[in-house]
Design a protein around this ligand. Sequence first.
Ligand SMILES: Nc1c(NC[C@H](O)[C@H](O)[C@H](O)CO)[nH]c(=O)[nH]c1=O
Ligand SMILES: CC(=O)[C@@H](O)COP(=O)(O)O
Length: 136
Amino acid sequence: MTRLGFVVSEFNRDITYQMELLGREHARFLGAEVVQTIMVPGVYDMPLAVRKLLKSDEIDAVVAIGCVIQGETAHDEIVAQHAARKLMDLSLEFDKPVTLGISGPRMSRPDAHKRVDYAKRAVEAAVKLVRRLRGE
Ligand SMILES: Nc1c(NC[C@H](O)[C@H](O)[C@H](O)CO)[nH]c(=O)[nH]c1=O
Ligand SMILES: CC(=O)[C@@H](O)COP(=O)(O)O
């Protein structure tokens, strides 16, 4: 059994809600369990919550679910790029997969709706990585 933690962003919640549901459904389909979920205000705020889940012996991998939509400035790029980099650093620090179910940046709202399956893809990647790193 693969035990997942979810960190889900409340920003653009209409979209991350759909992403979260898809992610949960896919975890069930793959026979994985989502043992804990932490909601955070936005994608930029994810690293501390991810770290908290990675410290738990009951969690094998963390899936980060969020959506970064383009505004009028480069704010979207700062949010998405810093978060993605820190999530990768945490994965290597804790020796557990942290997968990127975050769409954007440089993305419109309609584009974000077309990309809700990023969450499903991140669940799939987390489960595959846990199993392969265990040698299964
Ligand atoms: N613009 C988006 C944000 N911005 C908010 C930040 O993530 C963060 O909550 C704030 O700066 C306080 O630290 N977050 C998203 O998830 N998506 C966006 O499009
Ligand atoms: C679209 C957003 O919520 C965020 O990227 C910030 O927008 P802006 O660049 O207009 O401040």
